[in-house]
Write a protein that binds this ligand. Structure first.
Ligand code: NAP
Length: 294
């Protein structure tokens, strides 16, 4: 299949590489050209603009940082709206606001273009291993059309309805739960460590008994080793996601008191440790607040 791929950051570069490996004809574009070089060396075509990537493609996938990055890539004379042929499909895999997903769906619909939201669960290591979980929503025929691409990058695909923004909402709920688990791990590990139990030992007990889940294993190890750099998922992107959760919570009149704590702790981690750290660095704030090294 001819696929345009826009956004070659931590996630996008790994996903595009797996599409190439699966034998798809991939043409890539990234705002900073340098990041495209390894993919071009591996056989991808290079587009000079989002519109150019779209011109010869049946499907264009985007994996950009946030709503603003997606908007910048869609709009203008060189943008995706302009370049995508009627009947072609745009699959957005970024974590974006529910309202933004609705706006993009309407804009594509008005141009006779198809649109799917397909955000993913899994960090860059999972993306490299083609082990992502894809959560998608949109017209069933469009999801069927995208199936070979999803198969090349993921271990499972969840369909959550025919309104694209439903997938964004599911993804935002999931990220809220991941960060809640990280906060709980950070506080529990701090308590254990201050009381003389090694965090790694606590983690062995928890993941070997009632908390045997990928989230606890992955983030528990990062926290026990205080390994917040380099970021797999940078704290500012996590802050963006908590802001998007808050926007949906306000729109739907859903009080989420835990969300305020998570947002504040992300702000604290970014203020104290810089914007380069992983979002799991909120656990180091728990340690520092207790007088331990963060
Ligand atoms: P990243 O490494 O920061 O990459 C961001 C990408 O967006 C880069 O290609 C960047 O281009 C591009 N970009 C940013 N601003 C732009 C603009 N104004 N115009 C055009 N391009 C722009 O982020 P990531 O970790 O790959 O995450 C990408 C998306 O996946 C995010 O929505 C994130 O929430 C979601 N996600 C991430 C993870 C994870 O663990 N990392 C997991 C699941 C979902 P440049 O290279 O030019 O800066």
């Amino acid at each position: 299949m001819k696929v345009g791929f826009l956004g070659l950051g931590n996630m996008g570069a790994a996903i595009a590489a797996n599409l190439l490996k699966a034998g798809h004809e991939v043409i890539v574009w990234n705002r900073s050209k340098l990041k495209a070089e390894p993919l071009v060396a591996a056989g991808a075509g290079l587009a000079g603009s989002p519109a150019q990537a779209a011109a010869g493609s049946d499907i264009v996938m985007t994996m950009l940082a946030d709503d603003a990055a997606l908007d910048a890539t869609l709009s203008g004379s060189e943008g995706l709206y302009q370049g995508l042929r009627p009947g072609s499909l745009h699959i957005s895999m970024s974590t974006i606001a529910v309202a933004t997903a609705d706006e993009i769906a309407a804009a594509h619909g008005g141009r006779g273009q198809s649109f799917l939201c397909a955000p993913v669960f899994g960090r860059p290591e999972a993306a490299k291993a083609a082990k992502l979980f894809v959560v998608t929503a949109g017209e069933a025929a469009a999801i069927d059309r995208a199936a070979p691409l999803f198969a090349a990058i993921s271990q499972r695909v969840f369909r959550v309805g025919d309104k694209p923004s439903a997938a964004s909402l599911v993804k935002l709920c999931g990220n809220f739960m991941i960060l809640s688990a990280v906060e709980a791990l950070g506080e529990a590990m701090t308590l254990a460590e201050k009381g003389g139990v090694q965090p790694a030992q606590l983690l062995e007990v928890l993941t070997g008994s009632l908390f045997d889940a990928p989230i606890y294993r992955t983030y528990g190890t990062l926290i026990a080793e205080r390994r917040y750099l380099p970021a797999g998922f940078a704290a500012p992107l996590g802050l963006k996601d908590m802001r998007l959760v808050g926007a949906s919570a306000e729109a739907l009149r859903v009080p989420m008191p835990l969300l305020s704590v998570l947002r504040d702790h992300l702000l604290q981690a970014i203020a104290q440790q810089g914007g380069e750290v992983d979002w799991s660095a909120i656990a180091s704030s728990a340690a520092r607040n207790a007088g331990l090294p963060g």
